[in-house]
Design a protein around this ligand. Structure first.
Ligand SMILES: NC(=O)c1ccc[n+]([C@@H]2O[C@H](COP(=O)([O-])OP(=O)(O)OC[C@H]3O[C@@H](n4cnc5c(N)ncnc54)[C@H](O)[C@@H]3O)[C@@H](O)[C@H]2O)c1
Length: 328
């Protein structure tokens, strides 16, 4: 009997093929995530689960999933999984680090530049028939070249954004819970405390995971440190930013703009006032959305899952303590 795997959304075929070689797989076919009750029912009889960041993988789910050996998350972020609860039950959890780093850094830089130079607003302006002539005061934005960039989090993606920034002769500083002297030397980065970073940066880009410590790290107080001309970019997770405080900071001209790939909640309610602001760009969580990268993520998620099903240590195991408790 082949093991059973449930995949909570259609992912690139190359990943599904790898899973099919060793397992009987069932793939949720809808555009929207499986409703909670369906997910809880489906996990009752599976050995492996390929989950997305939209699936809450918690104690309630683990209690129903008596056979589950591995949860393979199709994302580098894993704030949707309760790792402690997985470990308690001897269930492995994995993610897809590295393969999406450059694609996500590209999008962070795209958002930074598009917000600085009002690209979305300018495009809408043309389509609305408002372009009358070359205007000396038309759509003036901010220079990216030579500006000061503050990175909150200098992990894989933060570092990749710093590399891009060096090409624009930006002066890059970072704040992280760990200092990275190697990166400082390689790219000429400056390690600073969060307050200093916020006070000095023209652009602030967030690259920390969502944890209890980073939830609302950007709030009324920390936004208050930022320059009036500064732009905030968030490609990490929505709840790292207190959106109400961000809205207040934008409408009271405490900061100049924001580029957001992530929101809290996702999608935002259509009455979210941020949607009405011209100096905010909002994208539907697409930072890793290139064909090549999503394919690599599917392969990596599938390989993690297969390793777990075979009782091997998956390449991207998140809860290493589980190895002592693994189910036979
Ligand atoms: N928008 C998207 O589609 C998308 C795509 C990829 C990743 N992400 C998000 O980006 C995050 C970062 O990814 P990564 O691969 O660079 O992760 P990473 O683990 O390599 O880097 C995270 C960095 O944040 C630092 N950090 C963690 N907690 C901190 C804290 N409390 N204070 C200061 N620094 C802290 C870590 O030390 C590390 O250097 C992911 O966790 C994910 O949530 C989003």
């Amino acid at each position: 009997m082949k093991p059973k795997v449930y995949v909570t959304r259609i992912i690139p075929e190359m990943g599904l093929d790898i899973l099919r070689e060793v397992a009987d797989i069932k793939v949720w076919q809808d555009e929207l995530p499986p409703p909670r009750e369906i997910l809880l029912k489906e996990v009752e009889n599976v050995d492996g689960l390929v989950s997305l960041l939209t699936d809450k993988i918690d104690a309630e789910l683990f209690d129903r999933a008596k056979r589950l050996k591995i949860v393979s998350n199709y994302a580098v972020g894993f704030d949707n999984i309760d790792l402690d609860e997985a470990t308690k039950r001897g269930i492995m959890a994995t993610n897809t680090p590295g393969v999406l780093t450059e694609t996500t850094a590209d999008l962070a830089f795209i958002l930074l530049m598009s917000t600085a130079r009002r690209i979305v607003e300018a495009d809408k302006f043309v389509r609305a028939g408002k372009w009358k002539t070359w205007g000396p005061m038309l759509m003036l934005g901010q220079d990216v070249y030579g500006a000061k960039l503050g990175l909150i989090g200098l992990g894989r993606i933060g570092y990749a954004v710093a590399k891009r920034a060096k090409g624009f002769d930006m002066d890059v500083m970072y704040y992280d819970m760990f200092r990275n002297e190697k990166a400082e030397q390689e790219l000429g980065l400056k390690f600073v405390e969060l307050e200093q970073l916020l006070k000095e940066s023209d652009f602030v880009s967030i690259h920390v995971p969502l944890t209890p410590e980073t939830k609302h790290l950007i709030n009324e107080k920390t936004l208050g440190f930022m320059k009036k001309t500064a732009i905030l970019v968030n490609t990490a997770r929505g709840p790292v930013v207190d959106e109400k405080a961000l809205y207040e900071a934008l409408v009271s001209n405490k900061i100049a703009g924001a580029g957001l790939d992530v929101m809290d909640p996702e999608p935002p309610n259509m009455d979210n006032p941020l949607l009405k602001l011209d100096n905010v760009i909002i994208l539907p969580h697409i930072a890793s959305a290139s064909i090549a990268t999503r394919t690599k993520m599917a392969v990596m998620a599938a390989e993690n899952c297969v390793a777990g099903l075979k009782g091997e240590v998956p390449p991207n195991l998140l809860n290493k303590q589980v190895l002592d408790k693994m189910k036979k």
